[in-house]
Design a protein around this ligand. Sequence first.
Ligand code: PMV
Length: 328
Amino acid sequence: MSKATALACSNIAFVKYWGKRDEALRLPLNSSVSMALSQATTRTTVAFESRLCQDEVAIDGCAAPALVRLRVVRHLDRIRQISGVAQRARVASFNGFPPDAGLASSASGFAALTLAGTRAAGLELSAKELSCLARLGSGSAARSIPGGFSEWHAGSEHESSWGEQIAPPDHWPGLRDIVAVVAGEPKPAGSTQGMALAQSSPHFETRLSLVPGRLLRVRQAVLDRDLTSLGEVSEEEAIELHLIAMSSRPPIFYWRPETVAFIHRVLAWRSEGLKVYFTMDAGPNVHMLCQEESAGSIVAALEGMAEVQQIIVNAPGPAARLCSGHLF
Ligand code: PMV
């Protein structure tokens, strides 16, 4: 029996991935850039055991629901295929953040599963190979393997579509991503479903034509630690991700009334001189980008808002890594 445990951070995209050119290989239509989230981690232990007749998958202490289990089993099949290991696996995974917080647990989850699973199967893959493999489980997981500030190169085939670190977490240790959880209700559509509809939006091609310029601006903003430029691109991208979703046929509305109220709040804070910008994933919750010195006053204000159910303050997080402390 061989066992390995890995820890990986989720991430928030500044330039988003929303649309695939190849569904099976999860090749995106555009490159994307993100920051790993220090407080949104998944720890996963994988062991291949000859006594097992089928894969056993537990998430946060419970047997995984059928569809989630199927996605994990497919990923284990990929690992079995490259390693030649035939045994079934036992998998236990714990998210260090609430499942309803609107943070992408599939990014941290598939990054941790890829690293722990390949190591348990006796493989020692490069960071690039791990990122390509993680991408097959969940696209955004490709960026959680390198961690820090990373770019997922769209690529044109399996081997060229991977996440690469632009800068390590300590390049900009004072950047904060504060998540205000405004609604814990299930999303109207998962990202796979949303992306499948993205190209039906009449605005899709326009956004795609704007992405190369935004990638240049975001890379430079990260290198220069320029919050104004990073925030401007992140807001443009968040708005357009939702514009595409709302104008897809049929439309998907991830925003809730609280989301819009929150955007107004961020704009008001900014006009009062507080340097803070918003971004969002495919969900109702708002992420706020700011510097460490502004985080305290933002958190204090959020604590006084009835619609805010939970606050998570993230710094730039590290790459996925192997760790001790097996879960079984
Ligand atoms: O990798 P997925 O299927 O969880 O999709 C992620 C999609 C967004 O979070 C909305 C954007 C992104 O680039 O992370």
